[in-house]
Each structure stands twice: as C-alpha cells, then as structure tokens.
Design a binder for this molecule. Structure first.
Ligand code: DHB
Ligand code: FE
Length: 281
C-alpha cells in the first residue's frame, strides 16, 4: 500500500532558481537562503526518507494557463512535463517524470470524492514546481523521485478557500492509501510566505504572522483551516494567498511533527519559508 510519510513546504521564489542555475549559492546574499535547505537535503537522501513519489502542490503563474482557461484544481496525468519558458528561456532542469498510474488513480478518487479535478495531459511547468525541486534536490541529472503535479489556482479570484484546500489534502491522503503498490509518498506544498509583488504595498513582509503560521502547522491546524482570504490579503500581502497550497499538504497529514524549519528575509521581495513535517498516526 502506498503511504504518505512526510509533508514538505517551501516558498518557490524564482530568485532561488536563478541562484542555483547561475552558480551563485555561495555568494553572501544567497548563502543564508540555501543554508536552510542543507538539513533537508541530508534528510531526504537517507534511504528511509527518500520518496518514490512526490505529490507536488503548486500554482501556475500564467505559464501553462492564461486567462483562457483557469482550472481551480488540476492534476497532471501525462508521463512527463517540461520546464516552461517564463521569458528568459526554460530553466535548465531535468524533465519532470510523473507516476501516471498513481496520478490517474488520484484523479479518479478525488473526482468520485466530489473534487472536480481538471485532468492535464499536456503542460509546461513553471518556477512554482521547479524551484522547490531545485531547492531540495539540487542539480541532479534526473530528479530522484517521480512527481505528480497538482495545480491550484491562486492567481485569479475566485480562489478555493483554505478549508477546501485542506479537505482536498484529506481526499488525496485517502486516495494514496488506496493505491495498491508499496510507495513512499511525500506531499509538498509550495508558495508563500508573506509577499506582495505589486501596488502600493509591494514588498510587504509580515514576519510575526508568518512565524505563527509555521507554528500552527503543528500547534493549531484548525485555526489555519479557518483563515479567510481577506486575512491572507491583509496580513500576508496579495501573493500570501499562495499559502493555501500548504493547507493541501497539511490536510494529507495526520498529527504531523515538525522536523525542520527555515525562515529567511528577504529572498527577492519576499519572506522565504520552508518546513519539513513527519507524518504521524
Ligand atoms: C516572487 C515570488 C513568487 O512567489 C512568485 O511566484 C514570483 C515572484 C518574488 O519574490 O519575486
Ligand atoms: Fe508564486
């Protein structure tokens, strides 16, 4: 039986990708950003922690989906996906290989569980998906795990509530546990933390609010489920809403235990957050 063993969350700031792709990791600006991933790199390389599959919950930033089609929840079911060209050429990262059978199984189970997933058979994946992979796996010739991409719309309102995202995570957990192969599965939530990229409040960072959010992933998940959109907007900035994707991860875990946390300001114009949660019973 497949099992979700851990949840990992991380910001997906494009600048992290630039730092890696351009070999800047040891420069003073980048050093403290990347230092916070060292623990995770060591942890995930241990055989008992190495995932066979990562369910990677991310958002597209108008790379695969423009204003023509905006799925609220989508799942990538194709065999592989390529890094998107976001204006300066595709990031030099390996192809993203899917576990298609698991992806189709999750799609079927979620749809029968009342989540109307859009099934994606062809798409390029942007920094929302590739930056977390690079931050945690570095620059391998091929990614060490298969990736099931789950895409959440956080770009155009109306956006699903945090609570609905949490329930999506619960449904993903049930689906994974019904998959007959023995697989070590991790679920990753990406995006966040507080950031606003435009308008008069551009550059907004709210360290206190972010740290409480990190605390409550283990201390008070019920509070996080109930955070309304307006609070994300007010306290964490317009792009802080990306944090609802961390709630998909959280919903797929049971009594998670915090193993590692990294919080750094600034990374680009944003607060960078990263956490590793062991799944409990
Ligand atoms: C930045 C952060 C994001 O989450 C994003 O999608 C794009 C840009 C930034 O900090 O520059
Ligand atoms: Fe983003």
């Amino acid at each position: 039986m497949a099992k979700i063993t851990a949840g990992v969350a991380t910001s997906h700031v494009p600048l992290i990708g630039v730092g890696i792709d351009q070999g800047k990791c040891d420069e003073p600006y980048f050093k403290p950003i990347f230092a916070g991933y060292d623990w995770t790199k060591e942890w995930i390389a241990k055989p008992e922690n190495k995932p066979d599959v990562v369910i990677l919950v991310y958002n597209d930033h108008a790379s695969a989906f423009g204003q023509e089609i905006i799925p609220t929840f989508a799942i990538g079911c194709a065999e592989e996906f390529t890094s998107a060209d976001e204006g300066w050429g595709p990031r030099p990262v390996p192809k993203i290989k899917n576990h298609s059978d698991l992806a189709w199984h999750i799609a079927e189970n979620l749809i029968l569980d009342e989540f109307d997933m859009t099934i994606i058979n062809e798409m390029d994946v942007d920094h929302g998906l590739t930056v977390p992979l690079s931050a945690i796996f570095g620059q391998p010739d091929s990614w060490p795990a298969l990736i099931v991409p789950i895409m959440i719309n956080v770009v155009t309102y109306p956006i699903a509530s945090g609570d609905r995202c949490f329930r999506l995570g619960q449904s993903i957990k049930r689906a994974v546990e019904r998959f007959p192969s023995d697989l070590n599965v991790q679920i990753w939530g990406t995006g966040g933390m507080s950031h606003q990229l435009q308008g008069p409040r551009a550059g907004l960072i709210n360290q206190k609010w972010d740290q409480t959010f990190l605390d409550d992933l283990t201390a008070d998940p019920e509070r996080l489920r109930q955070i309304p959109h307006i609070e994300y907007l007010r306290e964490a900035g317009s792009e802080g809403i990306e944090l609802v994707m961390w709630l998909v991860m959280l919903g797929a875990l049971t009594n998670p235990k915090e193993l590692h946390r990294h919080y750094h300001v600034p990374a680009s114009n944003t607060a960078l957050g990263h956490i590793v949660l062991e799944n409990g019973k």
